[in-house]
Design a protein around this ligand. Structure first.
Ligand code: CMP
Length: 196
């Protein structure tokens, strides 16, 4: 079985609230290996490249927004002036570009078996108010889509974690150079995977 790599970004709200250490320790304590860590004040181009520029991604973000509004009996059109999912996704992305430049962000690459599923589980639901206690978003944030959108901003949800194995590879390559990643053995691996 092949190990996977996931990119984590502690977003400006996580950095500014002093949560870096607490968040990184959650990935360490499950036994994932940190193979890269750094701070970066990202520019606009980097953030545009990070969030996919595809209709599929815009539609996913827009759909999530529309579903949430419908559940609460609210009208998304009042906020976005459109009820087209792709258009809503594009507006959210433009907000993300500003938000992610508010402060340096903290980046980590973690490696391990099923790393993608594990980082998503530990991060919790993208919408903080729906994230379970015990997850990073559930324990450290409580934002909602309608509050965020009323203020013309993205959800402040502390952390970004790669969604799929392919996204993990792409995002790690975007943010880290090969010589910033470290190939080494953790002492615990011998006991976690009963290696000889
Ligand atoms: P992230 O995991 O970085 O991936 C996309 C981001 O878009 C997400 O976290 C949120 O910060 C933001 N986001 C997604 N949907 C919405 C929405 N409807 N309103 C505001 N922000 C959103």
């Amino acid at each position: 079985m092949k190990k996977q790599r996931a990119l984590l970004i502690i977003k400006p709200d996580g950095v500014q609230r002093g949560l870096i250490g607490k968040i990184v320790s959650r990935f360490e304590q499950v036994g994932l290996k940190i193979i890269g860590l750094k701070f970066e004040w990202a520019n606009k181009e980097k953030i545009i490249a990070h969030y996919p520029e595809t209709d599929a991604w815009f539609a996913k973000v827009g759909q999530r927004t529309l579903t949430n509004y419908a559940k609460k009996g609210l009208d998304a059109k009042k906020v976005f002036n459109t009820d087209k999912d792709v258009e809503i996704g594009k507006i959210v992305k433009s907000w993300l570009v500003d938000y992610m430049q508010e402060s340096p962000v903290f980046l980590a690459v973690v490696e391990g078996y099923d790393a993608i599923e594990i980082v998503r589980k530990l991060s919790g639901n993208t919408i903080p108010v729906l994230a379970n206690p015990g997850t990073i978003r559930g324990d450290f944030s409580h934002d909602t889509i309608d509050l965020a959108n009323e203020q013309n901003r993205p959800l402040r949800n502390i952390i970004h974690a790669s969604d799929t194995v392919e996204d993990g590879e792409k995002e790690v390559n975007l943010w880290f150079k090969e010589d910033e990643l470290f190939d080494y053995k953790l002492a615990g691996e011998k006991f976690m995977y009963s290696l000889k």
